[in-house]
Design a protein around this ligand. Structure first.
Ligand SMILES: Nc1ncnc2c1ncn2[C@@H]1O[C@H](COP(=O)(O)OP(=O)(O)O)[C@@H](O)[C@H]1O
Ligand SMILES: [Mg+2]
Length: 448
């Protein structure tokens, strides 16, 4: 008989304390192990019974520890329920204090591919950066120093979407791994944003969304003693799925965390590294093309251009348009990437003429139009405190302004400016305009 997974119901008994659990001994008895190539072949009931036998728990005790009903345990051990809910298997594995392998095996036997909230019983290592890091030497050095020399336990790399947070932390992770650091990786970015919806980490399943506490528990468990640094990427969205970084740091005293996001976490001891635009060239008619190609934003634009137009070089007839594009796009790497992609269709001059009028140019030519930079920028604006957002709305279309100019808009103008700078929505107007600030062109477009 195949009984519905719901048969395994939760009981409201309080969970035993960690001390209670630690006090329990474990009997050393062999547990049936599937032979190689035969993973999951041991029936769930048999595996559960043998784990329980080894732990020395009665069915009632296991039920209490796992906060399940004793009937549920009986149904599982008798084989009446063969496919328990994944959550229930997780609770049983916790109660039985199973190691990583045993836990995976129990999940497999129960037909639930190991807890896929985060398949974290083995924390993944960071992927390689998506390409060479252009510029950002100073930012990379600061980030590395914060973690290694200064030993800060939490560094937040913050800035607007597309500014290069992920790329920078991946590069830092690569450097640290090369120095022998044990680095774990947790990305909440999942699939790219599509049509305004952030796909849940466990989309496609009928499971409830992962709660922050579950996620933090899982991460803390997976980190153990094995990781010195955890890089959490793309953890921008509030609500379910967000890692409780403060709790994680408390639970893993040897751990350091680098996290990316639209805004800081505002946690005690947090160091914030605001990522601003890449260097842009001065506007001048007669450029030294070799030097111009070394300005970070131009170098990045050219490297993307050459992917689709390998022969592209800066020349008299295009250099001015490239310079103005890089400046117009405020040296935002993702904007430069999209613009270079569109250059298969438009020359840089034509693109420059269209870019303020056609919001499609802020989407990838090859992706869904909903993955639009203006849309993701709006999320950055949304996380700014209401009264500072009001300041931004007022100054967005001014060419430049000082902190004194926003005096009448808000009681704490310096704090307002600081918040807008940290969120990456405004920037210094340039060396030739000291103490002046300006909104990013993309921000200006949002307010048009
Ligand atoms: N310094 C850089 N050098 C080369 N490519 C970069 C750099 N910064 C960002 N990029 C590229 O720009 C795009 C956006 O960067 P990403 O790190 O994903 O931004 P964020 O995480 O802030 O949204 C990616 O394709 C990334 O590889
Ligand atoms: Mg990112």
């Amino acid at each position: 008989m195949n009984v519905s997974p719901q048969t395994v119901e939760k009981k409201s008994a309080p969970r035993p304390s960690l001390r209670d659990r630690a006090a329990r001994g474990r009997r050393e008895q062999p547990v049936p192990v599937p032979s190689e190539g035969d993973a999951g072949a041991v029936p769930f009931a048999e595996l559960l019974k043998s784990h329980r036998g080894r732990s020395g728990l009665t069915q009632q005790q296991l039920a209490d520890f796992a906060t399940l009903s004793v009937r549920a345990i009986r149904d599982l051990e008798s084989g009446r329920v063969r496919r328990p809910r994944r959550e229930s298997v997780g609770l049983l594995a916790d109660a039985l204090r199973l190691g990583d392998q045993e836990r995976l095996q129990l999940h497999a036997a129960g037909g639930s591919p190991a807890d896929h909230r985060v398949s974290l019983f083995e924390l993944p290592t960071p992927p390689a950066p998506p390409g060479a890091l252009v510029g950002r030497e100073a930012e990379l050095q600061v980030l590395l120093d914060q973690v290694t020399v200064h030993g800060h336990r939490l560094v937040s790399v913050v800035g607007i979407s597309g500014i290069g947070k992920t790329h920078l932390v991946l590069e830092a992770a690569k450097v640290l791994r090369a120095r022998g650091w044990q680095v774990g990786w947790h990305s909440l970015a999942g699939d790219p944003l599509c049509c305004g919806v952030i796909p849940a980490a466990d989309s496609g399943s009928d499971e409830p969304p992962t709660r922050a506490t579950d996620l933090t528990d899982d991460l803390a468990g997976a980190i153990g003693e094995r990781h010195q640094l955890l890089v959490i990427d793309g953890d921008d969205a509030p609500g379910p799925g967000r890692v409780d970084v403060g709790e994680l740091l408390r639970r893993c005293p040897g751990l350091r965390v680098v996290v990316t996001g639209l805004a800081p976490r505002y946690l005690p001891g947090e160091r914030v590294l605001p990522l601003t635009a890449m260097a842009v060239p001065e506007e001048a008619r007669d450029h030294d093309y070799a030097r111009l190609s070394e300005v970070a934003s131009v170098a990045l634009f050219l490297s993307h251009m050459r992917r689709s137009r390998p022969g592209f070089r800066l020349r008299e007839d295009n250099a001015h348009a490239v310079v103005r594009l890089c400046r117009w796009l405020d040296g935002v790497p993702r904007a430069l990437e999209y613009a270079a992609g569109w250059c298969l269709v438009y020359s840089p001059e034509l693109l420059l003429a269209r870019v303020g009028r056609d919001s499609h140019l802020f989407s990838s030519p090859t992706g869904c139009a909903c993955q639009n930079l203006l849309r993701s920028l709006a999320r950055s604006v949304d996380v700014v405190a209401e009264r500072y957002r009001h300041v931004l709305a007022e100054v967005a279309d001014r060419p430049h302004w000082t902190v004194a100019d926003i005096d009448h808009l808000v009681p704490d103008p310096a704090a307002a400016l600081h918040a807008l700078l940290i969120h990456g929505l405004v920037r210094p107007a340039g060396a030739h305009l000291p103490e002046q600030f300006t909104a990013l062109q993309l921000v200006r477009l949002l307010y048009v």
